[in-house]
Design a protein around this ligand. Sequence first.
Ligand SMILES: C[S@@+](CC[C@H](N)C(=O)[O-])C[C@H]1O[C@@H](n2cnc3c(N)ncnc32)[C@H](O)[C@@H]1O
Length: 213
Amino acid sequence: MLNDKLHSYIEELISEREPLFIEMENYAKENKVPIMELVGIEALLQFLRMHDSKKILEVGTAIGYSALRMAEALPKASVVTIERDLERIQAAEEFMNRTKYGEQIFLIKGDALEVEELVRERAPYDAIFVDAAKGQYQKFFEIYSKYLSDDGIIITDNVLFKGLVTQSEIESKRIRNLVKKIDGFNRWLMNHSDYHTVILPVGDGIAISKKKR
Ligand SMILES: C[S@@+](CC[C@H](N)C(=O)[O-])C[C@H]1O[C@@H](n2cnc3c(N)ncnc32)[C@H](O)[C@@H]1O
């Protein structure tokens, strides 16, 4: 991971966001909603721009921050996003209704492990962004990679989990199990015969997977 000084330096250089996005960042902080951190989301948006993604599936909307930022960064793209938490769904809908970028977004309300049919109806996707329950990453990948177009990419967030993937002694059993799952997912993904994957130490660690031809 980047050291704190470098991280702050890069953050300082990131240009100011629209007032609504700043409001969402503050809302997330105040209400302890985990949204992508600044350097991480900038990297995600840049990959999506370079790839020229047109149809994006996001697993894990929270309050709609990353979905709206993707919609703003990629004016021609549409975003299908899944969230199961009712309070966050309500907040996401409120934020989406306040901006034109909301028109590019379709929110699926439900558990990502149970709404495959709704996702399939809108397939294919040329980019999939996985940012939901970390213990289920492999399942999300297995379910939704079926709906990825041939030139598609899958971006998975939090794969370095605050650096904990390198720590052998973790007191909390819950966190230890989670770290084990993330590590298992990373190894499974890096050895996946259908994908080229790179893990980058940006934000909380992102994996970028591209279908092999
Ligand atoms: C890290 S937050 C998403 C942040 C968002 N992508 C952003 O950066 O603005 C993860 C969200 O995924 C949701 N989530 C976790 N597991 C889920 C599942 N199985 N189905 C749907 N949503 C899920 C959580 O409720 C949480 O709001």
